[in-house]
Write a new protein. Structure first.
Length: 397
């Protein structure tokens, strides 16, 4: 496959995640009203998807090491499309949560395989650059999803917004079936054998480079998830913006994220991995502190909140491509398993954050500030210590 085709397929595959979350966020208050659901139950449509996404990767990763990336990606895309249709037709919140859980499990198959493709084809440093390009494409999808979701939800309701998710899934499935070629060269026939899986997972978790980059990825996604899961209620219900206005705010965040992926490639060329991550950690920490200062000092404006979150989102565009590529770097023969463990840990953090938010959202801005400050501090400490000590992958396979 041509390098540009690989980047396009990676962008579409990992783009399932923002399409699954960002596009329907502006419609959450309307969804809650339509299905007569509490804020906590509505949060489960997001946290349930992400928990299933994380847990399922522990199975999909080794499975893709055994049978290849292509069949797992196609299986996941078919199941994802069916679940997306089920979401559109859900008669109540309980059924919607069930379909979202299936959607998350299917998404795990696609994204785990896509991340492993990077290690199949590239060295860790080159893989970080390729992943940052793919995440620039992901950022474009994340940029268009919120305003599109806000427009559709505001004019025709949340179900119509979710129809666009079905369309995206069908397009991605068609392109993968048509153009994606298998990338794994050496399959592991024993990858699904439980003792083998436990041994590989043990090797992955014991590797200090994996732990450094996995914690970096985990904390970066925790900060982003705090903003994603709370934004619709804070901006619409607390600050009284419309769904379309929230969509444009989310789109602006995506533009900043895209900028971060471009900055990532520039800094990698001139500063290397360690210094790039250390600088991005400063941005993440500063964003959390700025939010806390604004909230404790008085009621900030929507624009003030957005400006304070921009550094965190910019740093996310640096942390994620380096973190995801670095976590699988030491495992050229077990990239699927390493990718799965990294993704699982990220989603456990997101699920825990979602549970905390479901009990913390109280009509104030404190949950947003506290959540981003916490994860920003974890990010900075990880960037300034573990990544500096263990930031050069040494193959374990």
């Amino acid at each position: 496959m041509h390098a540009n085709l690989v980047i396009l397929l990676l962008s579409l595959s990992i783009g399932l995640q923002p399409v699954s979350t960002d596009l329907y966020l502006p419609g959450l208050p309307g969804l809650a009203l339509d299905l007569q659901a509490s804020v906590g139950m509505v949060q489960y449509t997001l946290s349930g998807l992400l928990l299933a996404f994380g847990v399922s990767q522990l199975f999909w990763g080794p499975f893709s090491d055994k049978v290849g990336r292509r069949p797992i990606m196609l299986t996941g895309l078919v199941a994802y499309t069916v679940a997306a249709v089920g979401c559109v037709l859900s008669p109540n919140i309980e059924v919607l949560v069930a379909w979202r859980v299936l959607q998350g499990a299917a998404m795990g198959a696609v994204i785990t395989s896509a991340r492993a493709v990077v290690r199949d084809l590239y060295t860790p440093l080159h893989g970080a650059k390729v992943m940052s390009k793919a995440m620039t494409g992901l950022g474009l999808m994340a940029c268009t999803s919120p305003p599109l979701g806000g427009f559709l939800s505001q004019h025709w309701g949340w179900r119509v917004a979710m129809v666009s998710v079905v369309t995206y899934a069908l397009f991605t499935m068609g392109l993968v079936a048509w153009r994606f070629k298998e990338t794994i060269t050496t399959r592991n026939p024993h990858a699904l054998h439980l003792p083998t899986m436990l041994r590989i997972w043990g090797e992955v978790l014991r590797n200090p480079t994996f732990r450094a980059f996995a914690l970096l990825s985990l904390a970066a996604y925790g900060a982003l998830f705090t903003y994603l899961a709370s934004s619709s209620f804070i901006f619409i219900q607390v600050l009284h913006l419309t769904g379309l206005q929230l969509g444009w705010i989310l789109a602006s965040m995506s533009v900043v994220y895209i900028t971060g992926t471009v900055v990532c490639r520039f800094f990698l060329r001139h500063l290397g991995v360690r210094k790039t991550i250390a600088l991005a950690g400063l941005f993440s920490f500063g964003s959390g502190m700025a939010l806390c200062w604004m909230v404790y000092a008085g009621e900030p404006t929507a624009m003030g909140l957005v400006l304070a979150m921009y550094p965190m989102v910019l740093a996310h565009g640096v942390h994620q491509p380096i973190g995801q590529s670095g976590a699988v770097g030491p495992f050229p023969l077990s990239a699927g398993a390493a990718s799965a463990m990294n993704g699982f840990l990220m989603m456990v953090a997101a699920f825990a954050t979602g549970l905390w938010l479901s009990h913390s959202i109280d009509g104030s801005l404190f949950p947003l500030a506290h959540g981003i400050a916490f994860w920003g501090t974890v990010l900075a400490l990880t960037a300034w210590t573990l990544v500096q000590w263990h930031g050069e992958p040494v193959p374990s396979d």
